[in-house]
Write a protein that binds this ligand. Structure first.
Ligand code: GLU
Length: 332
């Protein structure tokens, strides 16, 4: 028998109930609470990252309506590192479509460290675009007539998200390149299985360049807000990535974005996110806002210690967990 009660398949989003001054006050409080948390250490595998000041600490929220809330060191520049993987994944999808990207890189979380030299036994694909092997395979898919064209296309892509030009930090790039032996080994393993083509050095250089892009916490919040805003930069109105691929990018962030803490993160914070060894974390609250935290000291899994704390508290306090249905305070 067909039930005669109507079912509302498309409930309207909740109204905006968070006041701007309340949000700003909360950011100030979180910054004050965690500023003195002295756990973890900045990454030290290259000198440029080891030079980071462990006290740097910034939090920035960019709403999809273009409102910005921030506290602390939100204009301190640093290299984007692994957070770049999200956006290069988007460009690969734009260049080749879902099927072809999936042929080369899976979407399965690994539970292994980000730099594990491991491929899926059966398919020989790297597990996902957020671990190094998968990111190198993704980067190798970027289209262009030669290395310079590929780099320029990548920089133009980042500019669409950030809203202004950004540059590659040469000392970081050259350090990454001269010490990246594990990444090189992974690229060779993938070449052996036909997962990337023979232009290995070019792909690796582009990968090291993407990791060396200079950003600040405001830039990261804008990039996250662009994803929250269906791929359109909230301030410039420029479509940074076709809206159809935002879902792919966010799904992979949700399951694989926080190194081998991704499952616990999904459980505790419940939002798509990506962190990098620079100490940055971006978090996307779909249709609402982008969150960025920057604080270089990392825990043993490579995530910013203060960053994780701030995001846990924000999610809890404002009921941002995607599967939270207790009706706590909502932001649109
Ligand atoms: N450039 C780093 C590497 O490939 C990225 C590390 C990270 O942020 O996870 O080793």
């Amino acid at each position: 028998m067909t039930p005669d009660l109507p079912i509302n398949l498309y409930p309207k989003p909740s109204p905006n109930l968070i006041q701007a001054d309340h949000l700003q006050h909360t950011l100030n409080e979180l910054h004050a609470r965690y500023r003195s948390l002295n756990q973890g250490k900045p990454a030290s595998y290259i000198p440029e990252l080891a030079k980071a000041n462990p006290d740097w600490f910034g939090i920035c929220i960019m709403g999809v309506d273009g409102q910005r809330f921030e506290v602390g060191d939100t204009e301190q520049l640093f290299t984007i590192q692994s957070i770049s993987k999200v956006f290069v994944h988007g460009l690969a999808l734009e260049d080749h479509g879902r099927e072809r990207v999936l042929d080369r890189v899976g979407v399965e979380p690994t539970g292994d460290a980000f730099n594990a030299i491991v491929l899926d036994e059966r398919s020989k694909r790297p597990y996902n675009p957020m671990v190094n092997a998968g990111a190198i395979a993704t980067t190798s898919l970027i289209k262009g007539k030669g290395a310079t064209d590929r780099l320029n296309r990548m920089l133009a892509m980042f500019e669409r998200y950030i809203g202004h030009e950004s540059y590659i930090d040469m000392p970081t790039f050259t350090s990454e390149r001269s010490t990246g032996h594990r990444n090189r080994a992974m690229a060779h393993l993938m070449l052996n299985f036909g997962m990337i083509d023979e232009h290995i050095d070019e792909a690796l250089d582009l990968y090291f360049q993407q990791c060396s892009l200079m950003v600040d916490c405001r830039d990261l919040a804008m990039m996250a807000a662009t994803l929250a805003n269906r791929g359109k930069n909230p301030l410039t109105g420029i479509q940074a990535v076709p809206a159809e691929y935002v879902r792919d990018m966010l799904s992979v962030m949700y399951t694989c974005g926080m190194y081998n803490f991704a499952g616990e993160w999904a459980y505790l914070v419940g939002l798509p996110a990506k962190s990098g060894v620079c100490g940055g974390i971006i978090v996307v609250v779909p249709n609402r806002m982008g969150i960025a935290v920057f604080s270089p000291p990392l825990d043993e899994r490579g995530n910013s210690v203060r960053g994780v704390k701030v995001c846990e508290d924000l999610s809890q306090q404002f009921g941002l967990h995607l599967f939270d249905c207790t009706g706590s305070e909502k932001i649109t």
